[in-house]
Write a protein that binds this ligand. Structure first.
Ligand SMILES: C[S@@+](CC[C@H](N)C(=O)[O-])C[C@H]1O[C@@H](n2cnc3c(N)ncnc32)[C@H](O)[C@@H]1O
Length: 281
C-alpha cells in the first residue's frame, strides 16, 4: 500500500507536463543511445523550474540568485538599451519566467505591450501577478505558439533559456518561431548563452559558485547545460537574411557582478526590413 501514492505521483508529473505541451514531440526525442542529455529540458522543468515562482525577488525566481537584484537589473537594462527599444513597443519574451526582464523594461519605457511564454506554470503565475496588463501563457518555446500576439513584436527577447534545451535543433526552431512573431526590422535579443568555447571556464565557475548557493541543484551529465558557439547563431541569422551583433558581458556588466558572464555571451539579431533581399544562404 505504501508504494501506491509514490506510483501515482510518478505517473502524474509527466501527464501534467504533457498537457502543457512541454514534452518533446516524438521526432524531437533523443534516446540515451544517441544523446547523453536525453530529455534534459524536461528534467530542468520538473526538477527546477516548476518549483520556482515563490522566491521573494523576481530575479531570484528566474534563477539569478547568484547576483544582487540591483546589479542584475542594471545588466539587463544595459542589454535592453542596446536593442533601441522605445516607448509604446510590443515586446515578446520567450522563456519569460516570472517576468523579471519585463519588469526591468517596464521601469525604463512607457506603454509597453508585453507578451511572454514559459513552460513553468508557477513562473507564469508569477509573471501574471507582476505584470497584470501583460499577456502570458504556459508553453515550451520549442513548440508551435498556442496564441499569436495582437500586433507583431518590435523586440523579441529570450535570455538565459537556450542552455536548458535538449539540442541545437530546438534552439534553431525556437528562433524561427521568434522571427515569425516579429515585425520586419525588429530586434531579437538572445541573452546569457553558454559559450561552447568556454566550457572549461564554466565547469570551474559553476562548481565554485553553486557550492555557495543552497538553492542550486548540482549538475550531473544529464542536467548540465547546452553549450553553443557564436558561429551557430551567425549561421541562423544568415539564413534569416538578418544581421547579428554579439554583446560581451564585460560591456554590459563592467563591474563583473555576474560570475557566469565569464563563459556566456549575448547577441542581438536584426531582422531584415521587408524590402531587403535575403543574403546568400
Ligand atoms: C534562467 S531563467 C531566465 C528567465 C528570463 N528569461 C530572465 O531573463 O530572467 C530560465 C527560464 O527558461 C525557462 N525555460 C527553460 N526551458 C524552456 C522551454 N523549453 N520553454 C519555455 N521556457 C523554458 C525556465 O522555466 C525559466 O523560466
Amino acid at each position: 500500500m505504501i508504494f501506491l501514492p509514490v506510483i501515482l505521483l510518478s505517473f502524474a508529473a509527466p501527464v501534467l507536463a504533457q498537457d502543457a505541451g512541454v514534452r518533446p514531440q516524438p521526432e524531437q526525442t533523443h534516446t540515451p543511445a544517441n544523446n547523453p542529455y536525453a530529455d534534459r529540458n524536461y528534467r530542468w522543468l520538473t526538477e527546477v523550474w516548476q518549483k520556482k515562482g515563490g522566491a521573494a525577488q523576481p530575479h531570484a525566481a528566474n534563477g539569478y540568485d547568484i547576483v544582487a537584484a540591483d546589479a542584475w537589473s542594471a545588466i539587463m537594462a544595459n542589454m535592453l538599451i542596446k536593442t533601441g527599444v522605445a516607448d509604446g513597443a510590443t515586446v515578446f519574451d520567450f522563456g519569460c519566467g516570472g517576468g523579471s526582464s519585463c519588469l526591468v523594461l517596464n521601469k525604463m519605457r512607457k506603454n509597453i505591450s508585453f507578451y511572454g511564454i514559459d513552460y513553468s506554470q508557477s513562473l507564469i503565475e508569477r509573471a501574471k501577478k507582476e505584470l497584470p496588463n501583460g499577456t502570458f501563457w504556459t508553453q515550451s518555446i520549442t513548440q508551435p505558439l498556442k496564441q499569436q500576439p495582437a500586433t507583431k513584436a518590435d523586440l523579441v527577447m529570450c535570455s538565459g533559456v537556450f542552455l536548458y534545451l535538449d539540442s541545437p535543433k530546438d534552439v534553431e526552431q525556437s528562433i524561427l518561431t521568434m522571427a515569425s512573431v516579429a515585425k520586419p526590422g525588429a530586434k531579437i535579443l538572445l541573452g546569457d548563452i553558454s559559450d561552447s568555447e568556454k566550457k572549461h571556464v564554466a565547469d570551474k565557475i559553476r562548481g565554485e559558485v553553486h557550492s555557495k548557493v543552497a538553492t542550486k541543484v548540482s549538475s550531473d551529465d544529464s542536467l548540465d547545460h547546452l553549450y553553443l558557439s557564436r558561429s551557430f547563431f551567425s549561421d541562423i541569422a544568415n539564413k534569416l537574411g538578418a544581421g547579428i551583433e554579439f554583446i560581451e558581458f564585460a560591456d554590459v556588466d563592467p563591474a563583473g557582478s555576474y560570475a557566469n558572464g565569464a563563459y556566456r555571451f549575448n547577441a542581438i539579431i536584426t531582422l531584415p526590413n521587408a524590402h531587403e533581399p535575403r543574403t546568400q544562404q
